[in-house]
Design a protein around this ligand. Structure first.
Ligand code: AMP
Length: 281
């Protein structure tokens, strides 16, 4: 398995792949890999002759320095895991200074309002950071396809908008949320949960599934109130937001319009760990 740490060496490798017309699938990650990441990588291995995985805890997308410092980093284990999948994967594990050429800062993006709601509102600058890192990665790697998890659904829609606006010829492939047996969405942050929080965390997905059932015959406001009440009852979990939004525009929905598709989006703190999940309604 080849691991690249500098842009220059990776670019040489990409040029050689491009010269041979080899299809490239790309999976960007921040490491601490789990089965959710592997679902994306397996999809890429199936669709493409060459898969490239990046492992980079990107500083520009963290609005909270404490979160950046505490973010789990397990590169040796990650490489083992990737090797067990396939020896052919190329790994890009950049150094932040090499990647950003000494200027670790974000470009500002207009994603037609997708960046102004939910995660964009709660985490100022987050999607500028995501847009900056993904655009740079796309420019270096020039993939034919790139894989993104529906777990970060707003991010997925923003990346679709990014390639549309930047006119990048890259197919964005969505991958469904991979969950623990008890329903908790897999996340690198789950390793930081205290046992009591890990025990209660499946309630988040359970509540989303209840919201989905209620959505059929109840108003949006009633469904939202149900979810807020349910989380309120739980002293170990603190709700940051629950929103029902149009799947395409991500605009918060006030009433159901037939033909439109909706999703429920939730963020909950379990102790100091921020957990995110969503469901198609
Ligand atoms: P991260 O390392 O958290 O930045 O995630 C890298 C990619 O993996 C993103 O596209 C995520 O949406 C995706 N991902 C993370 N967890 C899951 C999961 N449980 N199921 C599906 N995709 C996931």
């Amino acid at each position: 398995m080849k691991v690249f740490e500098t842009k220059k060496r990776l670019k040489n490798q990409i040029n050689s792949l491009k010269n041979q017309n080899i299809s490239i699938g790309f999976v960007p990650t921040m490491g601490a890999l789990h089965q959710g990441h592997l679902a994306l990588i397996k999809a890429s291995l199936q669709d493409n002759a060459q898969t490239i995985v990046s492992i980079f805890v990107n500083p520009t997308q963290f609005n909270n320095q404490d979160d950046l410092i505490k973010y789990p980093r397990t590169i040796a284990k990650d490489l083992q895991l990737l090797k067990s999948l396939s020896n052919d994967i190329i790994v890009y594990h950049p150094d932040a200074n090499d990647f950003y050429e000494g200027k670790i800062e974000s470009q500002h993006f207009d994603f037609d309002g997708l960046e102004l709601v939910m995660e964009g509102k709660q985490r100022p600058g987050h999607f500028d950071g995501v847009g900056t890192v993904v655009k740079k990665l796309f420019e270096i790697i020039q993939p034919d396809r790139a894989y993104f998890g529906e777990k970060d659904f707003q991010q997925l829609q923003i990346i679709r908008k990014l390639v549309e606006k930047e006119q990048m010829p890259i197919q964005i492939v969505p991958v469904p949320i991979f969950r623990e047996k008890d329903g908790l969405a897999m996340s690198s942050r789950n390793t930081r949960l205290l046992p009591e929080h890990r025990g209660i965390a499946p309630i988040i997905n359970e509540t989303l599934r209840e919201a989905k059932a209620l959505f059929k015959n109840n108003s949006i406001e009633d469904v939202k109130q149900y979810v807020y009440r349910k989380m309120d009852e739980n002293p170990l979990l603190e709700m940051e937001y629950f929103e029902i939004a149009d799947e395409k525009t991500l605009k918060p929905a006030k009433e159901k319009i037939s033909g439109n598709k909706y999703r429920g989006f939730i963020v909950v703190y379990a102790g100091d760990v921020r957990l995110i999940d969503n469901i198609a309604l």
